[in-house]
Design a protein around this ligand. Structure first.
Ligand code: NAD
Ligand code: DAU
Length: 338
């Protein structure tokens, strides 16, 4: 199979490409990535240099001509769309790029793939489209969408477009909705790598609000497995939930990480809450379990240890992605809120 993966220089895309090329000797992958602040071509440079089945193309999913050129010119069979603006805090500062890429870009990709008669299209969405939960219950695929941030609203927009492409054109599209990923290559604006970086430098660890917001953590390889199963076995027109069975309040994540790194809890600093901050996410993935045979393979304790070990061994990577742009954004963000 020849696959077009978009956003493959980001966190999940990088892990997905590595895993799929290792697992499927008969697959080849073209990676289309715009290389925003979150995309790092060096993540996959070893493959670029040594693997015939991997090709990198720099470009934007919003560009019709470029996308058509790849889909038709490179005889693509299937598409997996990871490309997105992915950080909630950034979407609160400026929603526009989120609408442009996450809605407009996703629709452009669907339209080009429809015209090129692509056999299968997996659109990677998020649990955040469902909004927030109270103290009990889980999101199922039939939970109504109720997004609360500009990021999640843009992702919900693309999910609706995917539904419309299936209903209107019979376009062979499938959607995945996953909870919070963690693991290697995650950009250090997201909670876990940010905590690692700050703790190592004995800097304050910013905890939003009272730290009692709950996320369902999944190791990135398990999300990649869910995307792979959706691509190879899923029902067209269907959305599938994926989760890690690992609900934790943020403050527990912070304290566990400090203890694993041997750092004091005095580094914890409670800061002004994120506006519209979703209280709790939890995923019911029984549909994916029943239809695709999905089950997460790594528990949170082991996954977190593995992740911290990777960051310890790859401090050069962290330094590399910690560009001036990233630091400026974070410093301004905290200054404005506190
Ligand atoms: P990321 O921010 O690490 O990577 C996004 C990648 O997309 C980057 O390489 C970036 O350069 C690229 N990109 C952005 N705009 C583009 C455009 N217009 N054209 C081409 N490439 C573009 O994001 P991530 O955390 O790896 O998330 C990947 C996908 O998974 C996103 O769609 C996100 O909504 C979804 N998702 C993420 C999580 C999570 O916990 N990180 C959970 C569920 C779903
Ligand atoms: O649930 C899936 C989503 O998970 C994905 O769709 C998004 O792309 C991804 O960014 C992630 O969104 P979150 O907003 O949940 O992730 P983030 O790492 O930004 O925050 C995790 C939790 O930690 C959240 O409750 C906010 C809190 N937080 C975050 C940061 C960066 C803090 O308390 N302090 C921080 O400094």
């Amino acid at each position: 199979m020849k696959l077009l993966v978009t956003g493959g220089c980001g966190f999940i895309g990088t892990n997905f490409i590595r895993l799929m090329l290792a697992k499927h000797p008969d697959w080849s992958i073209v990676n289309l990535d715009k290389l925003t602040y979150a995309g790092n071509r060096l993540n996959l440079m070893d493959l670029e240099e040594s693997e015939d089945r991997y090709e990198f193309v720099q470009g934007d999913i919003c560009e019709r001509e470029k996308v058509m050129e790849i889909l038709s010119g490179k005889s693509i069979d299937a598409v997996v769309n990871f490309a997105a603006e992915s950080h909630v805090d950034r979407s609160i500062n400026d929603p526009s790029p989120f609408v442009i890429t996450n809605v407009g870009g996703a629709q452009n990709l669907m339209e080009c793939a429809r015209q090129a008669k692509i056999e299968r299209f997996v659109h990677v969405s998020t649990d955040e489209v469902y909004g927030t939960l109270g103290a009990t219950g889980k999101f199922t695929e039939s939970t109504p969408m109720a997004p609360n941030s500009p990021y999640s609203a843009s992702k919900a927009g693309a999910d609706m477009m995917a539904r419309a492409y299936f209903e209107t054109y019979g376009f062979p599209i499938l959607v995945t909705r996953c909870s919070n990923n963690y693991g290697p290559y995650q950009f250090p604006e997201k909670l876990i790598p940010l905590l690692f970086l700050n703790a190592k430098a004995d800097k304050q660890l910013p905890v939003y609000g009272d730290g009692m917001n709950v996320r369902d953590w999944i190791y990135v390889d398990d999300h990649c497995l869910g995307v792979e199963l959706t691509l190879t076995k899923g029902r067209e027109g269907q959305a599938y939930n994926f989760g890690g069975n690992a609900e934790e309040p943020n403050i527990t994540v912070v304290k566990t990480l400090l203890s694993l790194l041997g750092k004091p809890e005095s580094l914890i600093t409670y800061v002004t809450d994120r506006p519209g901050h979703d209280k709790r996410y939890a995923m019911d993935y029984s549909l994916a379990a029943a239809e695709l045979g999905f089950a997460p393979t790594l528990n949170f304790a082991d996954g977190l240890k593995k992740t911290l070990d990777w960051y310890e061994a790859n401090t050069t990577w962290l330094e590399q992605v910690q560009s001036g742009e990233y630091r400026t954004f974070m410093d301004t963000w905290y200054e404005e809120r506190d």
